[in-house]
Design a protein around this ligand. Structure first.
Ligand SMILES: [Zn+2]
Ligand SMILES: [Zn+2]
Length: 153
């Protein structure tokens, strides 16, 4: 059992939701964005912009401009369907963007597998602690590094 949340969404559901969110936020859902998002959904481990560029070039059999991948990733993060994991300088598709949640990632240093936990309590506590210092928390991405269940055997 590795499911930390009540239900997961199919790839088609996630793509439909991302398109809808893009429209709501007046962001264009361009081919590079759609292709980058589709590729990210096929990866369970976070992927760097450069690795994504290589993956997309191979998949589509053509050279893709780095700037187009960077812009697509930026837009997908703005829309809220992709999250950047700063400590890895890598990106991962959020598996339940429909739900209001903070991002808590468990990153395995052994195999790179990354689990996302939908947790409200821990994020709330941190925001309250920050507020006590007069700090208003905006984006919040928590990353815990360690060893996953498989690598810890
Ligand atoms: Zn998420
Ligand atoms: Zn592992």
């Amino acid at each position: 059992m590795s499911s930390h949340h009540a239900h997961s969404h199919s790839k088609a559901d996630l793509i439909a939701y991302a398109e809808k969110r893009a429209a709501q936020l007046k962001q264009r859902w361009t081919a590079p964005r759609a292709e980058a998002y589709d590729a990210l959904l096929d990866h369970s481990a976070p992927i760097t912009a450069y690795a994504l560029l290589e993956y997309l070039s191979t998949r589509h059999g053509r050279d893709i401009k780095p700037t187009s991948v960077y812009r697509a990733l930026e837009a997908l993060c703005d829309i809220g369907v992709v999250v950047k994991i700063e400590s890895l300088n890598a990106f991962r598709a959020c598996r339940h963007p429909q739900e209001d949640h903070r991002h808590l990632f468990l990153v395995c240093d052994g195999c790179g597998h990354t689990d996302e936990i939908a947790d409200h309590g821990i994020g709330e506590k941190l925001s309250h602690a920050a507020a006590a210092h007069g700090f208003k928390t905006g984006r919040q991405v928590l990353e815990l590094h360690g060893v996953c269940r498989d690598c810890g055997k």
